[in-house]
Write a protein that binds this ligand. Structure first.
Ligand SMILES: NC(=O)c1ccc[n+]([C@@H]2O[C@H](COP(=O)([O-])OP(=O)(O)OC[C@H]3O[C@@H](n4cnc5c(N)ncnc54)[C@H](OP(=O)(O)O)[C@@H]3O)[C@@H](O)[C@H]2O)c1
Length: 291
């Protein structure tokens, strides 16, 4: 039973690898730079070195695997992010079509159920659809908004400002990627599920951005003020940073297209994961801000 893990150095993938090791499994990891794995992990995994955008590498490295955990590596800043996400998954889909891969767990997102109109998330929707057209067993994990997104604007938070294009008072699912890794590992290790499944990963509770600002204020011990920016302001900032028009719309679409979305999968005991935002912020955001 070979389990392939992509992005083993990422927030989710690193947790998946650790749990597989603890379960007594030696996973095959697809990694650009093995030096980014710690030495103890490196010697316990089967390393395949390569880039996920290299189709020949992915086709060869997934071949003969019973199960693949696929994380789309496409940056939001790609020239054409939706098309790139879709194309990057080509060798995986080819392997599933050929019967070289039997099961795929896909790291997907809340919003993929829309299929169109959720910006870069539409790329994950396309991968869901294409995988489901193969004979492989598939599980799409539609995840909420990662706590780790807060690490992308440390300067703003250091200055006491949390900036968002989302509605300040509409609750949405916020989740610790480490908890997603727990769900992924559990599913990779369970050999019983079959067919095409969708499971959401919603974190412990839905939160509004106002509530998030209040939690951060409490944890950081200083005021974090919420600043809501309009779509056009986001467009202008991204254009000024040199992003292509398609990339700009891919990013704007992720918030604009999911702002009033009621997720297709309702929150329940299976979708709810344990780590509260306050605990994550205490463990990860506070130290990051004090560096
Ligand atoms: N952020 C959200 O709110 C959210 C919500 C739902 C779904 N998602 C999905 O979550 C995924 C990101 O997961 P994450 O947060 O765990 O990742 P992450 O911590 O941001 O790490 C990115 C990972 O991708 C690897 N990577 C990037 N480009 C690569 C390439 N060309 N070839 C091989 N590896 C590459 C990086 O490896 P290196 O160590 O080599 O850099 C790293 O392991 C995305 O697919 C996103 O669509 C995100």
């Amino acid at each position: 039973m070979t389990i392939v893990v992509t992005t083993p150095t990422g927030h989710v993938g690193s947790r998946v690898v650790r749990l597989l090791l603890q379960a007594g499994v030696r996973p095959r990891v697809l990694v650009r730079d093995p030096a980014r794995l710690d030495a103890a992990t490196r010697e316990r995994v089967d390393v395949r070195r390569g880039d996920l955008t290299d189709a020949a590498f992915v086709r060869e490295a997934t071949s003969g695997a019973r199960t693949v955990f696929w994380v789309d590596p496409t940056p939001h800043s790609s020239e054409d992010p939706i098309e790139t996400s879709d194309r990057t998954a080509d060798p995986l889909i080819e392997a599933a079509q050929a019967g070289d891969v039997a099961r795929v767990v896909l790291l997907s997102s809340v919003g993929a159920e829309k299929r169109h109109g959720a910006g870069h998330i539409d790329g994950l929707a396309r991968i869901e659809e294409r995988l489901d057209a193969t004979s492989a067993d598939t599980l799409h994990l539609r995840c909420g908004y990662f706590f780790t997104n807060l690490l992308m604007d440390l300067d703003g938070l250091a200055g006491g400002v949390l900036t968002t294009p989302f509605h300040p008072d509409v609750p949405m699912a916020w989740v610790d990627p480490r908890d997603i890794g727990d769900v992924v590992a559990a599913r990779l290790l369970n050999d019983d599920w079959k067919g095409h499944e969708i499971q959401a990963v919603h974190g412990p509770e839905d939160l509004t951005f106002q509530q998030v600002a209040a939690i951060l204020t409490e944890v950081l011990g200083r005021t974090v003020q919420l600043v809501v920016v309009g779509e056009d302001d986001v467009r202008e900032a991204l254009r000024s940073a040199g992003l292509s028009p398609t990339a700009v719309e891919g990013i704007v679409g992720m918030s604009a297209g999911t702002r009033d979305l009621v997720p297709e999968q309702p929150r329940d005991v299976v979708t709810t994961t344990p780590t509260p935002l306050a605990a994550w912020a205490y463990a990860h955001l506070r130290p990051a801000l004090s560096q």
